[in-house]
Design a protein around this ligand. Structure first.
Ligand SMILES: [Zn+2]
Length: 214
């Protein structure tokens, strides 16, 4: 049972299919653990379908509505969870991104007791990463540049703000300064969602940035 959830706006964006890929994966991962938000998304989708129908009833000669309905009906995160054929460690959408196993990913260790691996960078520049904290390990005090979202996918950790377990969807603002510690009874794995770092900062950055290639 999750205690930390996406905002209503984020769920609505997900339900209407307008969110970015990385954000949709993060939300979908939360929905894997959280029945309350699954219901909320389902309600939002029904509403989105009604709005869509009203807006397009007049000129809907094509198959737009059928496509939308089929997307809603095929939405894997909304249907009741089925018993997995083989035990799956992480939510299926994450297993797919990991491809093989976590050890074959490209890891770096920016801080003590923490290693991170980039899973994907989406069309809006959001980066989805996998974080791994060793059981009981404390990550040194740090702050976050810009907004960051973390979703716990296995184990748990705590910081000055609270304790988190599987499915918890945590918004970290730029001013948030913390020293997270993984629970002692197992490693903690989480997804992180951040904006791609700005390449140049400083007083002349605005002069140079327009000439940078993306
Ligand atoms: Zn939720």
């Amino acid at each position: 049972m999750s205690n930390w959830h996406p905002t209503n706006d984020q769920l609505l964006e997900f339900a209407s299919g307008t969110g970015s890929s990385a954000m949709s994966i993060a939300i979908s991962t939360h929905l894997h653990f959280c029945q309350a938000c699954r219901h909320q998304v389902h309600d939002n989708e029904s509403m989105a379908a009604v709005l869509f129908e009203e807006q397009t009833r007049a000129d809907l000669a094509g198959d737009g509505f059928d496509r939308l309905m089929s997307r809603i009906q095929n939405e894997p995160t909304v249907s009741a969870p089925k018993a997995p054929k083989a035990p799956s460690r992480f939510p299926p959408v994450i297993e797919k991104l990991i491809h093989k196993d976590t050890e074959s990913l490209d890891w770096r260790s920016p801080m003590k007791n923490l290693r991170v691996s980039q899973l994907l960078k989406d069309e809006t520049g959001l980066i989805l990463g996998l974080h791994h904290m060793k059981s009981g390990g404390r990550v040194p005090h740090h702050t976050h540049r810009g907004n960051e979202i973390s979703v716990v996918i296995e184990g748990g950790f705590s910081d000055e703000m609270g304790s988190y377990g599987p499915g918890d969807f945590i918004h970290l603002a730029g001013e948030h300064f913390h020293s997270p510690q993984a629970d002692a009874d197992g490693d903690c794995w989480l997804l992180s969602l951040v904006e791609a770092p700005v390449k140049l900062t400083g007083p002349l950055g605005w002069l140079v940035n327009p000439f940078l290639k993306p």
